[in-house]
Design a protein around this ligand. Structure first.
Ligand code: PEP
Ligand code: MN
Length: 264
């Protein structure tokens, strides 16, 4: 018997419910972390200008070093709520623990489950009983089968609004932060109905190759992208080497809209 019978039969229209039509790609963009209101206002205005509806920004940041910027936490959620209401954007942010459910419920439309939490089974079980769309990042040390089993936990608890996100895995190659596994993306698309998007920013750790990885991901069949962009990457408080400038993002987005999402 399969370890993930619900994934095998997955047929839920999560993307359509988020307003994404069949031949459209889900594009999510924004900074690694909420830093202040001005930064978030600049990003929101840029996204609105391009008719992009999904903004990403971390509130609680899972950092390797405890001395690095940990996110503005609840203050970030207040800023996100303001941005959501003012600009009518859908907000994507990582929820680190069920203890913050009420704080997240108001401000965040799609709960991100971070790579480091992909096998936090108690968090998965807790989130499986909510009705929020869940973006499940692949753990950087996890196989495709383990990733699908993690998604199965979410479905088993009753949440049918699950989207997978490939964000690179750890290999011997260290020229890039992680190694983007597009083979898994193509395989998921050939085998299952569950949507899968790609995060080329964390996969590469370098802004100079985010554009080719984004375009390759869509060609491999990915249902969308989540991309880090910052008004001034040089002074970003986290992940500054991988954030696109507005100009770089706009160039990439216009390439995306010549082939996909052509209504822009
Ligand atoms: C992020 O999206 O900012 C993030 C921390 O991603 P990951 O969990 O994939 O490392
Ligand atoms: Mn980041």
């Amino acid at each position: 018997m399969s370890n993930h019978p619900l994934i095998d039969q997955f047929h839920f229209p999560v993307l359509q419910e988020l307003g994404i039509s069949k031949n459209e790609k889900l594009i999510i963009a924004g900074p690694c972390a909420v830093e202040n209101l001005e930064q978030m206002t600049q990003i929101a205005e840029m996204l609105k200008h391009h008719h992009i509806s999904f903004l990403r920004a971390g509130s609680f940041k899972p950092r390797t070093s405890p001395y690095d910027f940990q996110g503005l936490e609840k203050e970030a959620l207040e800023i996100l709520k303001y941005i959501k209401d003012t600009y009518q954007l859908k907000i994507v942010s990582e929820i680190p623990s069920i203890q913050y459910l009420d704080d997240f419920a108001d401000a965040v439309d799609i709960f991100q489950i971070g790579a480091r939490n992909m096998q936090n089974f108690s968090l998965l079980k807790d989130l499986s009983t909510t009705n929020k769309p869940l973006l499940l990042k692949r753990g950087f040390g996890n196989t495709l089968e383990e990733w699908l089993c993690a998604a199965e936990y979410l479905l088993l608890g009753g949440n049918q609004n699950v989207i997978l996100c490939e964000r690179g895995i750890r290999t011997f190659e260290n020229a890039t932060r992680s190694t983007l596994d597009l083979g898994s993306v193509a395989l998921i698309k050939n085998t299952y109905q569950i949507p899968v998007i790609v995060d080329p920013s964390h996969a590469s750790g370098r802004s100079d190759i985010v554009t080719p990885l984004s375009l390759a991901s869509l060609e491999a069949g990915a249902d969308g992208l989540i991309i880090e962009v910052h008004p001034n990457p040089n002074i970003a408080l986290s992940d500054r080497t991988q954030a696109l400038t507005f100009e770089q993002f706009q160039t990439l987005y216009s390439k995306i809209t010549t082939k996909y999402n052509t209504k822009e």
